[in-house]
Design a protein around this ligand. Sequence first.
Ligand SMILES: C[S@@+](CC[C@H](N)C(=O)[O-])C[C@H]1O[C@@H](n2cnc3c(N)ncnc32)[C@H](O)[C@@H]1O
Length: 349
Amino acid sequence: MLILNNSINYRHHRFKKVSFNQSKSCVHHERQNVNTKSVVVVVSTKAHRRRKKIIIEATTATNEERSDSNVNNNQKATTTKTTKEKQAMKGNPFEQTVKAAEERQELFNDIAPVYDQLNDILSLGLHRAWKMATVKWSRAKTGDVVLDVCCGSGDITKRLSDKVGETGMVYGLDFAENQLRRAKEKMDDLLLMTNFNPNNTNNTNNTNNDSSAAKITWVQGDALELPFEDDTFDAITMGYGLRNVRDIPKALSELKRVAKSGKKVAILDFNNSRDETTNQVSGFILDNVVVPFAKLNDVEAEYKYLRPSIERFPTGPELVDLALTAGFKEATHYELQPGGLMGCLVCEV
Ligand SMILES: C[S@@+](CC[C@H](N)C(=O)[O-])C[C@H]1O[C@@H](n2cnc3c(N)ncnc32)[C@H](O)[C@@H]1O
C-alpha cells in the first residue's frame, strides 16, 4: 500500500481526505468496514512514533481510477526509491507490493548461510526460549499433523517434530529456497549425529525410523496461498514470518483455513509495543548492536530492514483484531520477556 499526498489507495478502494500530514508517516494497519464503506487506518509519525487512528470515508474506485492509482503507485514507488537510505534497504519494508515481497524472498535467500548464527548471537540464545514457548502455545502433541509456516532454516519445525514424535507428521513451508536447503542440511546433520554409533559399521543418515522425532516434509510455497486442503492441521506455528508477508489479513485467513476446528495457531514475532520505553530500547538495540554486528558479517543492508518492518507491524491488540476479523474464534497476544521485545499471537480456530 502506498500513501499519496492527500489520499490513500487500498486494494480496489480509494480513500479520500486524510486530515493530517502523512508525508513523514507510516501506516501500521488498516481495516476495512465493507458495510459503512470506511476504513480505520492506524498511522504513526516516524519521528515520534505516536499513533493516530483515523477513519476515512471510502469511495469505490472505478476501473479507470484503479488503473490511474496503479500508475500513481508505480510513480510513487520510483520516487520512494530515490532516497539513498531507502535504496540501501533491502526487502523494501516501506511497501506491501508483490515486488517488495520478491525483494524479501531474495533477502531471505541471501542471509540463509549466516541467519542461524546471527540469531543466536544477537538474541543471546533467547530465541530458543521464545520458539519453545511458541511450540507450547500451538498445543502440538504426540501423533499430530502440524505445519510451520515461514519455517526458514527450520528451528521451530525441528522443535515441532520433537514434540509430535515419530507417529506425527510435520510440514515446514517457506518461499526462500536457500532457507529450505539450509533447513534440510541441518536436519540431515542432526540425524547423522543421532544415528551415528561408533561400534556399528552400518551407520545411516537417511531415515527417521531410529529417531523419536517426526518426519519433516519441506515445502517451497507462499504463506498467502498455502498448498494444503482446508482443515488439515492439528497445530500451526509461524516464527518471524507474519511481519514479512505483504498481506497480513490474507496470511491469517490462510492459516485459519488449513487448521482444524478447535486447534491453535501460534505466531511469534517482534512486538511492536505500545510502550514507548520498549520501543526505544528495541530501536537502540537494532541500530547499535544488530546492524553493526550484521555489518561485520556482510549483511548490514539486510538487517537494516528489521526496524522499519517492526515499526510497520501491527501492535498486539491490532493483531488480535486482525485475527478475529480473519475468522478465528479467539485470539490472545502475549508479550515475551525480556521487556516485551517479542510477542506471540495465539489464535483458536
Ligand atoms: C525471519 S525468517 C524466520 C525463519 C524461522 N521461522 C525462524 O524463526 O527462525 C522469515 C522467513 O519467512 C519467509 N517468508 C517471508 N514471506 C513469506 C511468504 N509470503 N511465504 C513463505 N515464506 C515467507 C522467509 O523466506 C524467511 O525464511
